[in-house]
Design a protein around this ligand. Structure first.
Ligand code: GCO
Ligand code: MG
Length: 403
C-alpha cells in the first residue's frame, strides 16, 4: 500500500480547525487533527511545505518508521508546530491502519480496558451564584465530574468565563484581547467559590479547577492548601511548568492533586514531573503531543508512577482529536478522566463521527478506524478567520502576565 496524496483542510465552523487527510492507492483514507489554537496556519505551512512531500509513496502501515522519520528527520526537535504536524500524520495513519484491519482503533492498541470514558464538563459563571447554578445544571446532565471557573469581583475579564454568559471560547478576536489580573483578588475569591460549590453539589461529584499558569509556586501551595477541605479531583496548571522543580514546592504544601501538560508536546516536557511524582494527572493529548504513537510513550512512563491521564479536550481541538482520544482512553490502563468542553452542533456537523456522550460518559464507536470523518463540502462553507488567544496584564500596573 502507498500514500498517493495528502491534503490540509482548514475550516472555521465557529472556530478554526486544521485537518490533514491522507489518501492511499487502495482507496482507504485517514484523517488527523492539526489544530494549534491561534497559530493554525503555521502548522498548515509546516505540513504542506515540509511534511506532505516526504509522505508520498510511503507505506502508510509503517507508522512508527514514519513517526521517527518526521521527528528525527526534522533535526529541529520538539515544539508545538512540529509535534502537532507529526500528530496529524500519526492520527491519520492509525485511522488507515485500523480501517485496513476492519477494527475500531482501540482494538489495535490492546483492546478495551473500561466500559466508558468519564468526562468532565466546564461550568462557568460570572460570579459564585451563577457558577453554582452552572455546576448543578451539569450535574443534572449526568456529569460525574465538573470543572468550576468563575468571574472574580474587581476583575473585568477572567480566564474560562465568557463576558456574556454564553459558552466560553478563548480565541475570540481578530487581535489578542486583553484580560486583567490580580492574584490577590483571585486567591481571596476562589476558596469561597469552592465552599459554595461543594455545599450545593454534595460530596459525590468530582470538582476540578484550572489556575491556567497564573500563580507563583508558593501562591499555588497556598491555594491548594485552602482548597483541601473541598476535595478537588485536581487543580490544573497551578504555575507555569517550564521549571519543573517548582512543583516540589507546591507538593510540600498541599495534598490537592495536580494536573499539568495541555501545552506540553513531548515526553521530555513531563519526564521530571512524572518521575518525581510531582503531578497526579498528565494532560497531554493526541493533537499536540505527537499523536497516538507518542501519547502512548507518555502514558506508559506515567503508569510506572501512578500518574493517570487527563487528556485536554477543549473545543480548540477538533472532533477528530476527540475521536482519537476516546479510542486511546478506552485502552489506556492508567486512564484518569477526559475533558469534554462540548463542540457546537455546527462544528460537529462538519465532522461526522460515531462517538457519543451519555450521562456524563463518553463512548468511542465501533466502526473501523477512529470513527471521525470530515464533510469537505460543508467545511468549504466556513473559511478560515484569524483568531487570537488573549493576553493578560496585572491590573495595577499593566505588567504582562501568564494568560
Ligand atoms: C483547558 C484549557 C483551555 C485552553 C485552550 C487554549 O483546560 O481546557 O486551559 O481552555 O485555554 O485550550 O487554546
Ligand atoms: Mg487548562
Amino acid at each position: 500500500m502507498k500514500i498517493t496524496a495528502a491534503r490540509v483542510i482548514v475550516c472555521c465552523p465557529g472556530r478554526n480547525f486544521v485537518t490533514l487527510k491522507i489518501e492511499t492507492d487502495e482507496g482507504l483514507t485517514g484523517i488527523g487533527d492539526a489544530t494549534l489554537n491561534g497559530r493554525e496556519l503555521s502548522v498548515v505551512s509546516y505540513l504542506e511545505e515540509h511534511v506532505i512531500p516526504c509522505l508520498i509513496g510511503r507505506d502508510p502501515q509503517q507508522i512508527e518508521d514514519i513517526w521517527q522519520y518526521l521527528y528525527k528527520g526534522a533535526y529541529w526537535r520538539r515544539g508545538p508546530v512540529t509535534m502537532t504536524a507529526i500528530a496529524a500524520v500519526d492520527t491519520a495513519l492509525w485511522d488507515i491502519k485500523a480501517k485496513i484491519a476492519g477494527q475500531p482503533l482501540y482494538q489495535l492498541l490492546g483492546g478495551r480496558s473500561r466500559t466508558g470514558i468519564m468526562s468532565y464538563a466546564h461550568a462557568t459563571g460570572r460570579d459564585t451564584a451563577e457558577t453554582v447554578d452552572e455546576v448543578l445544571r451539569h450535574k443534572e446532565m449526568g456529569y460525574l465530574a465538573i470543572r468550576a471557573q468563575s468571574g472574580i469581583p474587581g476583575l473585568n475579564k477572567v480566564y474560562g468565563v465568557s463576558g456574556n454568559g454564553r459558552m466560553y471560547e478563548p480565541a475570540d478576536g481578530p487581535l489578542p484581547g486583553e484580560h486583567d489580573w490580580s492574584t490577590e483578588k483571585y486567591l481571596r475569591h476562589t476558596p469561597g467559590l469552592f465552599q459554595a460549590v461543594r455545599e450545593a453539589v454534595g460530596p459525590d461529584t468530582h470538582l476540578l479547577h484550572d489556575a491556567h499558569h497564573r500563580l507563583t509556586p508558593i501562591e499555588a501551595g497556598r491555594l491548594g492548601k485552602e482548597l483541601e477541605p473541598f476535595h478537588l479531583f485536581w487543580l490544573e496548571d497551578p504555575t507555569p511548568a517550564e521549571n519543573q522543580e517548582a512543583f516540589k514546592l507546591i507538593r510540600h504544601h498541599t495534598t490537592t492533586p495536580l494536573a499539568v501538560g495541555e501545552i506540553f508536546n513531548t515526553v521530555w516536557d513531563c519526564k521530571d514531573l512524572i518521575e518525581q511524582q510531582l503531578i497526579d494527572y498528565i494532560r497531554t493529548t493526541v493533537t499536540h503531543a505527537g499523536g497516538i504513537t507518542h501519547l502512548r510513550v507518555i502514558a506508559n512512563l506515567a503508569s510506572l508512577y501512578q500518574v493517570r491521564t487527563g487528556c485536554h479536550g477543549a473545543t480548540d481541538m477538533s472532533p477528530v482529536c476527540m475521536g482519537a482520544a476516546l479510542h486511546f482512553d478506552t485502552w489506556v490502563p492508567n486512564f484518569g478522566i477526559q475533558e469534554h468542553m462540548a463542540h457546537s452542533e455546527e462544528m460537529l456537523s462538519v465532522f461526522p463521527h460515531d462517538w457519543r456522550f451519555e450521562k456524563g460518559m463518553l463512548y468511542c464507536g465501533e466502526s473501523p478506524g477512529h470513527g471521525v470523518d470530515i464533510d469537505e463540502k460543508l467545511a468549504a462553507k466556513y473559511p478560515y478567520q484569524r483568531a487570537y488567544l488573549p493576553v493578560n496584564r496585572l491590573q495595577h500596573d499593566g505588567t504582562l502576565w501568564s494568560w
